[in-house]
Design a binder for this molecule. Structure first.
Ligand SMILES: NC(=O)C1=CN([C@@H]2O[C@H](COP(=O)(O)OP(=O)(O)OC[C@H]3O[C@@H](n4cnc5c(N)ncnc54)[C@H](OP(=O)(O)O)[C@@H]3O)[C@@H](O)[C@H]2O)C=CC1
Ligand SMILES: O=C(O)[C@@H]1CCC=N1
Length: 263
């Protein structure tokens, strides 16, 4: 099986790096807009640097579309004829672009999977949603799902839920980094070094996330376990709520969802 990537930016590199750390040995063909960006990365990672997007299609069985939405139309027009002729499996991670839109731009017979990964695939802790069109065989969807199970968790999700998933998993690493940075800055305010404070905050977030995943208790019950009566945690929790913590998080995710839906 040969894999192709059209676009070799942050998300494509996170996926490829994650796969290589987890023993994926498939030949990977890549192309992006600027030679000076993709050729050195390809050399360093043992990938095959293709001279154009059409060569990626011609040489690959599965092609990942990893470009920004704004350049997607141009890329699809470029590869349309070779996709029609070769009939490879196309996997798009482009935010906000539906299976129907992709089918219309390519071919009614095109085999399409839409995914929404997140950058944490790079360290084997990704969260990826997948949905396929009717032309994809269940074995093909299983194969792609397995590639993402190697670098994290996966969910087969109806396409109508993809915008919500972007907020909860595609974009949310940025919001969690923001939260960790805010905690670390508080540490700095009280005299810790930024590095020390960041390590403390990140480990606290990691442990809390693992606890939520492994416990049968809800996050609200876990909160109660930490809040000693008359203690420090309840004082902080009430101050967070007074500052609108829950509302701020919901508003942030609402804005993400609306943007994904083009509103
Ligand atoms: N970043 C993230 O966390 C996530 C991103 N996504 C989605 O993944 C896609 C890629 O995002 P991301 O990696 O962050 O973006 P980047 O801007 O980091 O990468 C975009 C890539 O597209 C390449 N490119 C631009 N024009 C062309 C072209 N005409 N032909 C081929 N390649 C081209 C760029 O080339 P060059 O580098 O040479 O200029 C670059 O390698 C987006 O649609 C995004 O919505 C989805 C989930 C998470
Ligand atoms: O910001 C973006 O549009 C992309 C989608 C999910 C993460 N990054």
């Amino acid at each position: 099986m040969e894999i192709g990537f059209i676009g070799v930016g942050n998300m494509a590199k996170a996926i490829i790096n994650g796969w290589q750390k987890n023993g994926v040995q498939a030949k990977i063909n890549v192309h992006s807009a600027h030679k000076e960006n993709y050729v050195p990365y390809a050399t360093e990672h043992g990938l095959y640097a293709c001279s154009d997007n059409v060569s990626v299609v011609q040489n690959s069985d599965i092609i990942f579309l990893a470009v920004k939405p704004l350049v997607l139309g141009k890329v699809l027009a470029e590869i349309k004829a070779s996709v029609k002729q070769k009939k490879p499996l196309i996997v798009s991670m482009v935010t906000g672009v539906s299976l129907d839109e992709l089918t219309e731009a390519l071919d009614p017979q095109v085999k399409l999977i839409r995914i929404m990964p997140n950058v944490n695939v790079e360290i084997g802790e990704g969260m990826t949603a997948l949905v396929a069109n009717k032309n994809v065989a269940s074995e093909e969807l299983k194969n792609v799902t397995e590639l993402f199970e190697l670098v994290g968790k996966t969910q087969l999700l109806p396409e109508k839920d993809f915008s919500t998933f972007v907020a909860l998993a595609g974009s949310s690493p940025a919001y969690v980094y923001f939260f960790i940075d805010a905690m670390a800055r508080t540490g700095v305010k009280y005299g810790l070094s930024k590095a020390q404070a960041t390590q403390i905050a990140a480990q606290a977030v990691l442990g809390s996330a693992k606890k939520v995943l492994h416990e049968t208790k809800s996050p609200m019950d876990l909160i109660d376990d930490v809040c000693s009566p008359g203690g420090t945690t309840i004082a902080g929790l009430l101050a967070l709520e007074e500052a609108g913590f829950m509302t701020a998080v919901v508003k942030g995710l609402d804005a993400t969802i609306k943007k994904d839906q083009g509103q």
